[in-house]
Design a protein around this ligand. Structure first.
Ligand code: FAD
Length: 434
């Protein structure tokens, strides 16, 4: 391609689509390159869509976006091998005119999102892999090289929205490869069932939806979680743990998934289903401390490629959309001033991102990833087992005086963790959470 673009966006996931759409809406000449056959063909998510962040890009998205169910209920399960202790929140307030969260299927959703990017005026080329960044003699990024015959394409700025692996950025020495203790490997299956069966099993009516997040002995003491999300005619079910934990323990993702599916709390939900899809994908889990350099001479990085993922709240796509939009707004401001796309000028992106919920939230939990990693045996094995035993002891009516039951429970906690261990865990958790 001979012509020069104002911006090239690498990747057509949540971050890339948000960036390309915003740039095109502001009248910039945008080229978006996606290696997949179509936008979404390579992308994996649970998936919860957070409406607010999409509304900022496409206010009337509810009119034609492929949405599954709006969420009226969230369940958190702390699991041991035979039971779960649950925290549920369900409210009819979530049956509002403009619901706040939806389940989606990324392959369908990204295709729709990509159509909006095209309608806004961007040129979108799929089945095109960017093989490397084109840099001038001073290291400034001036465009990209692709696997197409007509090779190098130039632009004032390149938006790297290439997802969690971020190979282009690491190959060009713009940042390090994510370390195995900073990324989780998640596997996911789609279980198809008749719509009425899903609604009966999850106590739903119409397009109401529910999500279940699960932690405990299902991850065998590794740092990780499972999830079960109800779509219209299928259930997304998956589990993920830190890559370094898989390396250390020799456990396999599909082994964990299999055990999760056979758990007595999970099996009845998917009984009789037909599995039509299986996917595996990485998730950035290093949090604030893993965020790399976000801008440089002629480039910015957004979404998962910038490790912008809030593992504590299971949020990623909203951080991706927001960082993509903010990066595009910063680029537009630099362009409007007719300033060059230097690192100094593009630092505006970081200034704006710092003021958003994206960095504020990640900063709040900056110590959580390390705590969850170093104390994974306690948080994902010991406590779930203790809590489960305590619940069973409390609920089983067998003539034992309640005082005795309380003492037994109390002693079991002290025996497993000791006084100093219990206080230490509580202190560390409170400090990392604040
Ligand atoms: P991606 O969506 O990964 O998009 C990157 C795109 O770049 C891809 O389309 C890829 O093909 C393309 N690409 C990569 N390299 C090149 C190249 N060299 N040339 C051209 N194209 C390239 N988040 C939530 O908000 N809610 C959830 O419920 C949720 N659940 C999740 C469950 C799982 C199992 C996983 C794995 C993730 C989940 N996430 C969730 C996280 C969420 O999926 C990510 O945060 C989000 O997809 C990041 O968007 P992105 O655009 O940065 O990256």
């Amino acid at each position: 391609i001979e012509e020069k673009f104002d911006a090239i966006v690498v990747g057509a996931g949540m971050a890339g689509n948000a960036a390309a759409l915003t740039l095109a809406q502001r009248g910039l000449k945008v080229l978006q390159l996606e290696r997949g056959e179509y936008s979404g063909s390579k992308n994996v998510q649970g998936a919860i869509l957070y409406a607010d962040m999409l509304e900022k890009l496409i206010p009337d998205f509810r009119e034609d976006a492929p949405l599954e169910r709006h969420l009226v209920e969230q369940r958190f399960w702390m699991m041991d091998d035979r039971s779960h202790t649950g925290l549920h929140y369900r409210s009819d307030d979530f049956n509002e005119e403009k619901p706040n969260r939806y389940t989606i299927i990324r392959a369908q959703f990204d295709k729709w999102f990509s159509q909006k990017v095209r309608e806004a005026g961007a040129t979108v080329l799929c089945e095109t892999t960017v093989t490397e960044l084109a840099q001038d003699a001073y290291g400034k990024v001036i465009g990209v090289r692709t696997d197409r015959a007509d090779g190098e394409i130039h632009a004032d700025v390149v938006v790297l929205a290439e997802g969690v692996n971020g190979l282009l950025g690491t190959r060009a020495h713009l940042r390090e490869r994510p370390k195995p203790d900073k990324v989780a490997l998640a596997v996911k299956e789609m279980h198809f069932l008749p719509r009425e069966t899903i609604e009966a099993r999850f106590n739903l009516k119409g397009d109401e939806g529910v999500v279940i997040e699960a932690a405990g002995t299902i991850s065998r003491g590794m740092t990780g979680m499972g999830f079960i999300y109800a779509n219209k005619e299928c259930i997304s079910l998956g589990i993920g743990c830190l890559v370094s934990d898989f390396q250390r323990t020799g456990e396999t993702p599909y082994g964990l998934l299999d055990r999760f599916k056979r758990h007595p709390s999970v099996a009845p939900l998917i009984e009789g289903s037909e599995v039509k899809e299986y996917a595996a994908h990485l998730i950035p889990e290093g949090g604030f401390k893993a965020i790399p350099q976000l801008y440089g001479e002629g480039w910015v990085v957004v979404g998962d490629a910038a490790q912008l993922n809030n593992a504590i709240h299971r949020e990623g796509s909203n951080l991706a959309m927001t960082s993509g939009r903010i990066a595009a707004e910063a680029i537009f401001q630099v362009k409007s001033r007719k300033d060059p796309m230097t690192a100094d000028n593009l630092s505006l992106y970081k200034t704006m991102l710092d003021q958003s919920f994206v960095i504020k939230d990640l900063k709040k939990y900056k110590d959580m990833p390390a705590l969850m990693h170093t104390q994974s045996q306690s948080f994902f094995l010991t406590y779930p087992e203790l809590v489960s035993r305590a619940m069973q002891n409390f609920l089983r009516v067998d003539g034992t005086p309640k005082v005795e039951k309380e003492k037994t429970t109390f002693r079991s906690f002290i025996k497993a963790r000791s006084w100093s261990g219990l206080f230490g865990d509580a202190f560390r958790l409170a400090r990392a959470w604040r």
